[in-house]
Design a protein around this ligand. Sequence first.
Ligand code: RTP
Ligand code: MG
Length: 141
Amino acid sequence: MERTFSIIKPDAVQRNLIGAILQRLENNGLTVVAAKMLHLSAQQAEEFYAEHKGRDFYEPLVNYMISGPIIVQVLQGENAIAKNREVMGVTDPSKAAQGTIRADYALSVRENSVHGSDSPESAAREIAFFFTDNEICGRNA
Ligand code: RTP
Ligand code: MG
């Protein structure tokens, strides 16, 4: 069992897609073991995406991520990190495989509906960024 960190981003929350996205994740063997809704501050968004600081898309990305509430969650399952990325589809929805969340729901490369950790190291960092151990309800991964 593995854990990964997932965000349902502002564009999806705003369009009432929380349920549709969770359905996709759950249908693919991912179980929600922690979740909350919050509205990021600019400082939190800048820190969360610090790895992209200096890239041309960094500032618009931060502004988008603070444009409305998001759902942050911990998903657990077999190969959860790779499975979540597979169900999400690639960053650019026009290049995402058919049937993926981004192909079906994302609006643009930036407003792409979901986030998923890309490695065990980023999953650990991102989970700890938003959750304490006792907020995570699954069995130990
Ligand atoms: P994420 O981290 O959100 O799961 O997405 P990702 O790995 O597929 O994409 P990443 O390269 O980490 O970029 C983080 C987020 O920045 C926005 N972005 N905009 N060219 C652009 O305008 C651009 N490129 C990336 C997206 O919201 C992307 O998910
Ligand atoms: Mg990424």
